[in-house]
Design a protein around this ligand. Structure first.
Ligand code: ARG
Length: 233
């Protein structure tokens, strides 16, 4: 009994708010040693649930499964450092944006790649279904893109010399580079994007509620505080 009834009315299950994410994306979401999903999105989602007097359940899944799961009624909302892109906005509704992301390029130290143009005849790793995947596929063509289930796995392939670069959001890029020797982030970037929470189209009641809380948290400086806990610069 969840999701949309035949009458098109959405029901959240009891007092539970089911949030979908893909926890391979620090500092927005990762899995800690106790197997809990932690990070900026988890903290913001918990604050939203608290404000709404609901219990939060976080469901960790593949990134490209989030929008289908929302539309199948398996999730109430998704927060996954997800870019509020016009293409996705045809499939789901986005809340107000709560953070900014930049598509960054990771290369091995000493790589000859210094700018976006240098990617032209190279093999670039991306996380399947991300905007990085979209941009690279559009700009470089299928043959030059290799898709991985996460940025972590793509970074591993870069370290193993299977690919020449990884295109992914700048904050996880920094985390991957910090966790591994021999990689660097180029001083150039692909695109600046807005992150937002996604909700199934038609679930206007929950959309309004979550949007209202997010606006309130933004105005109170709470979102900035949560982000500052994880991103120091
Ligand atoms: N911002 C990018 C996008 O929306 C990447 C998001 C990946 N998120 C994740 N939790 N793995 O496509």
């Amino acid at each position: 009994g969840c999701g949309s009834d035949s009458d098109g009315v959405f029901h959240t299950e009891g007092n539970k708010l089911r949030m979908g994410t893909n926890a391979t994306f620090p500092p927005y979401e990762s899995v800690d040693e106790n197997n809990n999903v932690v990070g900026i999105d988890a903290d913001i989602a918990q604050t939203i649930a608290d404000k709404l007097g609901m219990k939060l359940e976080i469901i960790n899944m593949e990134f490209d499964a989030l929008i289908p799961a929302l539309n199948a009624g398996q999730l109430d909302f998704a927060m996954a450092g997800m870019t509020a892109s016009p293409e996705r906005a045809e499939q789901v509704d986005f809340t107000t944006s709560y953070a900014t992301g930049i598509q960054a390029i990771i290369v091995p130290e000493g790589s000859e790649i210094a700018a976006i143009e240098d990617l032209a005849d190279k093999k670039v790793g991306v996380q399947t279904g991300t905007t990085g995947d979209l941009y690279c596929t559009d700009d470089l063509g299928e043959d030059h893109v290799q898709r991985f289930e996460s940025g972590v796995v793509a970074t591993q392939a870069l370290l193993n010399g299977q690919i020449d670069a990884v295109v992914i959001d700048n904050e996880p890029a920094k985390a991957y580079v910090a966790a591994n020797e021999g990689l660097k982030i180029l001083d150039t970037h692909y695109a600046v994007e807005d992150y937002a929470a996604a909700i199934a189209k038609g679930n206007t009641e929950l959309h309004d509620k979550i949007n209202g809380v997010l606006e309130e948290l933004k105005a109170a400086g709470t979102i900035d505080e949560i982000i500052a806990k994880y991103i120091h610069e």
